[in-house]
Ligand binder design. Structure first.
Ligand code: HEC
Ligand code: HEC
Length: 301
């Protein structure tokens, strides 16, 4: 064990452990020796409730035997497994070694299955209930913390079932998203829009884009600003752009909320959602299955 930073701790622990075990042996022997084999049972002299007296019997043999067996077990265990300071034990067992052994076994078992799935196009995988079941399990393990166990997301974490996509909903888009991750980059706009009044105007225009009642005078001014600052990413009609992960602003689906307060908060603070990359962590075969699972969810509606 390289966990000790000096020899001292190795000896400190090893010596205290050995002394403790020997002391237990001595204690058991001391407490159980000195009994004469007689039919008379000695009383300790303690009496309760008038006639309940405490007798001083020796421990039954089987009980005593159990003490010795536990002590012997402890001794053998420390010879075979790590425990005595930095002594690694004659079996050379390590938790890392055991983990690696189990992973190798597991890979040998499921490797061919994943390899087969990886060769299957996503459009076919979504018709294979077994593949989707594996995909679901992977999803619950690795994705549900952010996207929710029902994949309906939360504020800032997109709903994966609604058929509305920031980064595109084709099987290949989804797979790229999971493999490489995505970083959305929308800076804050307060300064560029001329302070809070500019933010209010553009917010009104966004309400108009999503077909809601507006204060027309403000929305008209907002449109002029939108056409300067926002079209590059959200498009002239506000339909968004999957190449940049810029959301469609005309539908009723909001990543950060569609109320006036939330929209102006998006404009003032900017928004920078990040989807982590999974290619290294999970490998392409698992990502392929996950992409099939997520694509399958979006096809359910
Ligand atoms: C550089 C590209 C870019 C520009 C320019 C840009 N945006 Fe964005 N916008 C984005 C991206 C990307 C997101 C998604 C952020 C995320 O997913 O975290 C976004 C998100 C938003 C949202 C949140 C949408 C939601 O679903 O909650 C609003 C509202 C918005 N933008 C409005 C605007 C307005 C108004 C302007 C112009 C003042 C603008 N954006 C300019 C890229 C841009
Ligand atoms: C740490 C949180 C987190 C985890 C874990 C996570 N995601 Fe995401 N994911 C996000 C965020 C945030 C976004 C939105 C990025 C943005 O704003 O553009 C996103 C976006 C996505 C998108 C794109 C959605 C769209 O509308 O284009 C897909 C697909 C996706 N995630 C799938 C997954 C899968 C599958 C997993 C599990 C392997 C996963 N995510 C794990 C946070 C996470």
């Amino acid at each position: 064990m390289a966990d000790f930073n000096s020899e001292f701790w190795h000896w400190y622990i090893a010596i205290i452990t050995v002394i403790s075990i020997l002391a237990c042996v001595w204690l058991v022997r001391w407490m159980t020796s000195g009994y004469e084999k007689t039919d008379e049972v000695e009383s300790t002299g303690h009496v309760w409730d008038g006639d309940l007296s405490e007798l001083n019997n020796p421990l039954p043999r089987w009980w005593l035997g159990l003490f010795y067996i536990t002590l012997a077990f402890g001794g053998f265990y420390l010879l075979l497994y790590p425990g005595l300071g930095s002594f690694e034990g004659f079996l050379k067992w390590t938790s890392k070694g055991q983990y690696e052994q189990e992973v190798t076994l597991m890979e040998a078992e499921v490797g061919p299955l994943f390899a087969k799935y990886q060769q299957t196009p996503i459009l076919d995988l979504i018709k294979d209930p077994d593949a989707l079941k594996v995909g679901e399990r992977l999803y619950l393990n690795y994705c549900s913390t952010c996207h929710g166990s029902d994949a309906r997301g939360a504020r800032g974490y997109p709903n994966l079932r609604d058929g509305d996509w920031l980064w595109g909903g084709d099987p290949s888009n989804i797979k790229t998203t999971i493999l490489n991750g995505r970083i959305a980059a929308m800076p804050g706009w307060e300064a560029a829009l001329g302070g809070q009044s500019g933010v209010d105007e553009v917010t009104q225009y966004i309400l108009r884009l999503s077909d809601r009642a507006t204060i027309d005078e403000l929305a008209d001014k907002g449109k002029a600003k939108y056409d300067i600052f926002c079209v590059a990413c959200h498009g002239p009609e506000g339909k968004g752009n999957v190449a940049m992960g810029a959301p469609n602003l005309t539908d009723d689906i909001w990543l950060y909320g569609g109320s006036i307060t939330r929209i102006s908060e998006s404009l003032v603070k900017g928004r920078n959602g990040q989807m982590p990359a999974f290619s290294e962590f999970l490998g392409e075969a698992k990502v392929h299955l996950l992409a099939a699972y997520v694509y399958g969810l979006s096809q359910e509606n």
